[in-house]
Design a protein around this ligand. Sequence first.
Ligand SMILES: Cc1cc2nc3c(=O)[nH]c(=O)nc-3n(C[C@H](O)[C@H](O)[C@H](O)COP(=O)(O)OP(=O)(O)OC[C@H]3O[C@@H](n4cnc5c(N)ncnc54)[C@H](O)[C@@H]3O)c2cc1C
Length: 310
Amino acid sequence: MNENHSGTKDCVVVGAGAAGLSAALTLGRARRGTMVIDAGRQSNLVAGGVAGLLGHDGRPPARYYAAGRAELLAYPSVELHSGEVTHGAREDDGTFVLTLGDGRRERARSLVLAPGTDYRHPQVPGLSERWGDAVFHCPFCHGWEVGDRPLGVLATGAVGVHGALNLRAWSDRITLLTNGVELTDGQREQLTAGRVGWDERPVSALDGPGTELRAAVFADGAELALGALLVKSTLYQRSSLARDLGASLCEPDEMLSVEAIKVDAMGRTGVPGLYAAGDAATSVPPSMAAAVASGYLAGAAAAVQLAAGY
Ligand SMILES: Cc1cc2nc3c(=O)[nH]c(=O)nc-3n(C[C@H](O)[C@H](O)[C@H](O)COP(=O)(O)OP(=O)(O)OC[C@H]3O[C@@H](n4cnc5c(N)ncnc54)[C@H](O)[C@@H]3O)c2cc1C
C-alpha cells in the first residue's frame, strides 16, 4: 500500500458501487494505495438483475458487486472498508481528511466521490414496495421484462409525454398518468398521434398482490389495469459531502433530472485532487455502464495526478 509515514493514502474512494469499484480497480492497478469506503446501499440492489451491462446482463446486482470486490482484493494496493463517510475537509496543503460514522479518520492525497444518488419519485401509496420491479424509472433497465403488458407512465409535462412515447418500443398499450396535472392541447395532439392514452385524474394508490402491479387507483375510486409503471425520478446527492469539499452542483433540469456534481470528461471537479464519478456526477442518463466508464476515467485521472506529484 502506498501511504506515507503519517498513514495518508494515495486515494480514498467513497462508495463501492459500479463507479467506485471501477475507479479503485484503475487506481489499484496503477499501484496507488487506495482505500474504498462503502456504506453498502447501491441503488439497484432491489432489482432482480443488472440489465444492459455487457458481460453481466441479468446478473443479480449483489452478485455483480461481490464479483467486483473479489477482483479488487487481488490487488494488495487496494483495501475495502465498510462504513459511512460523514464529513470531509480539504486542508491547506491539499490533503483530504475524512471522518467516518464510527469516528475513525482517514487522510488521502486525492479523493474520488462515487456515492451514488438518492432516487426520489412521487409519493403514491403502493409505489415504494414495487420499486425496482413493477415500478421502474428507466425503460432500458426494465422495459424488456415488462414488455407487452399494459404500461403506465406517471409523470407530468414534456418529460411525461416523451417517456410515454418512448415506452411504445416495449408495448402498444401505454397510458400517461399526469396525477392531477392538465396536459396542454399540443401535448394531447402528440399523444393522440402516437396512439398513447392519458388520464389526468390524481392517482391515490397502486394495487396488486405482493410486489406485482394490477392497477392504478384514482382518487375517485376508478381503476386502470396496469402491468407495470414507469415513474419519473429525480436524483439528488445522498449527503452534503461534495458541497462541503467545495465541488459545484448542477440544478436538476426537467429531462435529465440529476443534481449532479459538476465534472469534466475525466471526472475532475475543479477542486485539485477531487474527482467524482457515477450517478453522483452524471451528465448522461444514469446506468451501470456509464458508472463503470466514469469510474475508470476518474480513477485514471487521479492516478495521473498522483504520478505527476501535484
Ligand atoms: C431500482 C433501480 C434499478 C436499476 N437498474 C438498472 C439496470 O438494470 N441497469 C442499469 O444500467 N442501471 C440500472 N440502474 C441505475 C444504476 O443502478 C446506477 O446508475 C448505478 O448503480 C450507479 O452506480 P454508482 O456507483 O454511481 O452508485 P451506487 O450503485 O448507488 O453505489 C454508491 C455506493 O456508495 C455508498 N455511499 C454513499 N454515500 C456514502 C458515504 N458517505 N460513505 C460511504 N459510502 C457511501 C452507497 O451506500 C453505495 O453502496 C437502476 C437504478 C435503480 C434505482
